[in-house]
Design a protein around this ligand. Structure first.
Ligand code: GLP
Length: 269
């Protein structure tokens, strides 16, 4: 199975016991009026992190939700309020089989929406190489690079309608690390905007950091906007902790902030 190509998965008994753990309910929730405000708040959150630690190691998302955050970070940088030149960035994931320069790759996305607008690039930009011949080696090297960088200070996450984070689709293990995974049809459809709005053109597999990689980050920021995310957001916060909804693992992280607009928060009790 693609899912198991890089690292051994956790033994089943732990997975089973996780499902019965009570939620720590430590997630800080901020509900804002609209997507614009979520983007602004997310940019402020990242800015605060970088001001407190200019050499921060950031693990960054793609998708449509973080676009306004990137816009806010660019605008703060242009106003001289933020200096990203000492940070190191990693990205959560990349499409399998796509070279960095492919127009649909997350490499291209990151440059097109963020890096190309910065007056000074981050000290180091790291992304998984979807075109790597030896995927296991690429994934292991990525994990090693994160370790060498001192670990992730802040991970910013979006959430899929099925509760995926990064490309950790339902079924992902709590102990999962960077690896190749299959992308589910609804996730391929959500990424069609990068492939001339044609879901069939979206690769069927990706490389992603794992749940364990995300859980080791010191701080987690999750951004969610729009009614399509309401179900996943409610389940992530109020449902059981289960591999069926990978974002629910975040209930076990001690420092998570959720920024949601009214629509994404509409199913919270
Ligand atoms: C992709 C990314 C995820 C992201 C998700 C949501 O699948 N791999 O990291 O969270 O899209 O995207 P959007 O923000 O467009 O809903």
């Amino acid at each position: 199975m693609l899912e198991r190509s890089c690292y051994p998965e956790v033994a089943p008994p732990l997975e089973d016991s996780l499902q019965t753990l009570p939620s720590t309910r430590k997630i800080q929730i901020e509900v804002l009026e609209d997507a614009q405000m979520v983007g602004e708040a997310a940019a402020s959150f990242v800015t605060k992190q970088v001001k407190a630690k200019p050499e921060s190691v950031l693990l960054l998302p793609t998708g449509r939700t973080p676009l306004l955050m990137y816009f806010g970070l660019i605008s703060r940088t242009n106003k001289g309020e933020l200096d990203l030149s000492r940070v190191q960035t990693f990205n959560l994931d990349e499409f399998y089989g796509l070279a960095p320069k492919h127009p649909g790759s997350y490499h291209t996305y990151m440059h097109r929406v963020f890096f190309d607008y910065l007056p000074a690039l981050p000290r180091k930009i790291n992304l998984l190489d979807g075109s790597a011949i030896d995927v296991d080696k690429e994934c292991a090297a990525y994990e090693a690079k994160i370790k060498t960088a001192g670990g992730i200070d802040l991970v910013v996450l979006g959430i899929g309608t099925n509760g995926h984070i990064g490309f950790n689709e339902p079924g992902s293990s709590f102990a999962s690390r960077s690896r190749r995974v299959a992308i589910q049809p609804e996730t391929r459809a959500a990424n069609a905007f990068l492939f001339e709005n044609c879901a069939d053109n979206v690769p069927e597999a990706a490389l992603t950091v794992g749940i364990a990689t995300i859980m080791e980050a010191r701080h987690v920021l999750l951004v969610a906007t729009g009614s399509a995310k309401a179900q996943a957001v409610a389940a992530m916060l109020q449902g059981p902790i289960t591999p069926d909804l990978p974002a629910s693992f975040l209930q076990l992280h001690p420092d998570v902030t959720l920024l949601a607009d009214r629509e994404a928060a509409s199913k919270l009790l």
